[in-house]
Design a protein around this ligand. Structure first.
Ligand code: HEM
Length: 508
């Protein structure tokens, strides 16, 4: 430890001491917080959580049994209010949506990557967020644009199927997650930049953006910002990674600019016409408080789309295939529906999957049983308010533990069973509303103002991948390497041991 570190540590301890004295004298404000596990001086529950050596979601799973629908965790200087009950989640996110639609303060490392919260997911509830989200929805997610871009998904799926076949013939099995990530990532890159790029380059970008996601997950200084100066090395590493992120994405932005300025004549690399790529709309956007966006902001805004859309959908396909591999009856039922709808050899289209009710039920059951995120992103109250009879301070992070409602035996019959039939005729999931508007029983995309704006696109990616993969191949366990359903956290809740499956071509 350098001398300057010792000095910083001394000052930090002094500040913490003053803060603790203030806390002991005032008892902390406000007084009527939700109950929660008793903490230690200064660090609150932080050390208790660290000592458990488990991811936070697993700690909360246990705590909610003890503390119920709403509780407080004091994580260093950050106060988390955890909300677990269906009724309170619905009240906060839907009925009183605008009151809970903001995001909490970001750590210094997250601020580097969001260029000071200039991203849809991290912007505070206000004019900047509204403008960015409206632009995204009208430019990328409107039904006409989704249809216009269906050729991108067809192109990526064609490569996907060939890659699976090649991998299976070379090593005897396929790895589901890495293949799905690559395919979805290539679709999203093409939607963002209007460009087809080489698989090696896509893999590189995918790797860099995964590093970005991991470096921005909460770390010690997020909870004890007073210690941030001690983590200079981590901040330096974050700045280097940011440089790498800019180096791999800025050339794509520049290429698109040149393409638009030179009249926008579509060619083998630049495949989307003027206006059809997300970046085109960002070039034109006047962002409240920021004006025209610079390279830094553009990189942040496209990265968030690629990041938000890749792991979430790929994780879902992996979990769905786990159940199809281990339950051949469900797989055969799905295969039969695909064949009945499009035949054995015709290419499944996007309008075909809309007509497949069993596929819809398999996908919904996967979202219910394995929601990619157990919490929605952190929310914050716009101003101090109350929920469930307790005070919710404006500076607290409000964490909605939405996965619990899908495990609740009072809400779902045999919740741990994977049973797509529950979403068909007379089942307990038949009337479920995945947007949570009518009530919160499963909300894999969140609910209310901050609901995932691309939930229909994400579902389309999952539907198309599954339908094509099951039409072409019979999916089987790899001999001597049975699928392991243990989960773990890696931005989304993924299989700890990625699914490997043997595939047999169905017919030609
Ligand atoms: C299976 C696929 C997906 C799942 C399960 C999913 C889930 C979620 C969840 C849980 C949230 C947080 C909601 C909240 O904080 O209350 C979210 C936000 C978001 N998602 Fe998705 N998502 C998926 C696909 C996508 C795709 C494909 C894109 C982009 C193309 C996308 C873009 C976003 C954005 C921009 C936000 C931030 C919204 C805001 O803060 O206003 N997501 N998503």
């Amino acid at each position: 430890m350098e001398l300057v570190d010792l000095l910083i540590l001394f000052i930090a301890l002094l500040l913490l001491r003053l803060w603790w004295r203030y806390w002991s004298v005032t008892g902390g404000e406000p007084k009527n917080l939700p109950p929660g596990p008793p903490g230690w001086p200064i660090v609150g529950n932080l050390i208790q959580v660290i000592l458990q050596r488990r991811h936070f979601i697993f700690v909360v799973r246990d705590l909610h049994k003890q503390y119920g629908p709403i509780f407080t965790m004091q994580m260093g200087q950050r106060r988390l209010i955890i909300v677990t009950s269906s009724e309170l989640i619905h009240e906060a996110l839907v009925q009183r949506g605008p009151e809970f639609a903001s995001r909490p303060a970001d750590s210094p490392i997250r601020l580097i990557f969001s260029v000071g919260k200039c991203a849809i997911n991290s912007a505070e509830y206000g004019p900047l967020w509204r403008a960015l989200r409206r632009n995204f929805v009208t430019e990328l997610i409107n039904p006409t644009r989704i249809k216009q871009c269906s050729w991108i998904r067809n192109w990526a799926l064609e490569h996907h199927m060939k890659r699976l076949q090649k991998e299976a013939s070379e090593v005897g099995y396929v790895e589901v997650m890495s293949n799905c990530r690559l395919t979805i990532c290539s679709v999203l890159i093409c939607l963002c930049f209007g460009a087809k790029i080489s698989e090696d380059r896509i893999k590189y970008i995918e790797g860099v953006l995964k590093e970005v996601m991991l470096i921005t997950t909460p770390k010690l200084p997020d909870f004890l910002p007073v210690l941030t100066p001690l983590f200079r090395r981590q901040v330096r590493a974050a700045k280097e990674l940011r440089k790498k992120q800019l180096e791999c994405l800025v050339p794509l932005i520049e290429n698109r600019k040149v393409f638009l300025q030179s009249g926008g004549k579509v060619n083998d690399e630049m495949v989307s016409p003027t206006g059809a790529a997300y970046i085109d709309s960002l070039f034109e956007l006047e962002a409240p408080g920021r004006g025209r966006l610079g390279e830094e902001e553009l990189v942040t805004l496209v990265s968030e789309i690629i990041n938000a859309g890749t792991d979430t959908s790929a994780t879902t396909v992996e979990w769905a295939l786990l159940h199809l591999v281990t339950n051949q009856e469900i797989q055969e039922k799905l295969y039969k529906e695909i064949v009945d709808t499009v035949g054995k050899n015709s290419v499944v289209t996007e309008s075909d999957v809309e007509r497949m009710s069993y596929l819809g039920a398999v996908v919904k059951e996967t979202f219910r049983r394995h929601p990619p995120s157990h919490f929605v992103l952190s929310h914050a109250a716009v101003t101090e308010t109350e929920l469930g009879g307790y005070t919710i301070p404006a500076d607290a992070s409000v964490e909605f533990y939405t996965a619990w409602v899908t495990e609740d035996p009072d809400i779902w019959k045999d919740p741990t069973e994977f049973r797509p039939e529950r979403f068909l005729g007379g089942g307990d999931g038949v009337d479920v509303d995945v947007t949570g508007t009518k009530g919160v029983r499963m909300v894999p995309f969140g609910a209310g103002r901050r609901i995932c704006p691309a939930w229909t696109l994400g579902t389309l990616h999952v539907n198309m991948l599954l339908a094509r993969m099951v039409q072409a191949f019979k999916w089987l366990p790899v001999p001597n390497s049975p699928p392991d359903p243990t989960d773990t956290f890696a931005f989304t809740v993924v299989m700890k041991n990625p699914l490997k499956a043997a595939i047999l071509p169905r017919s030609n």
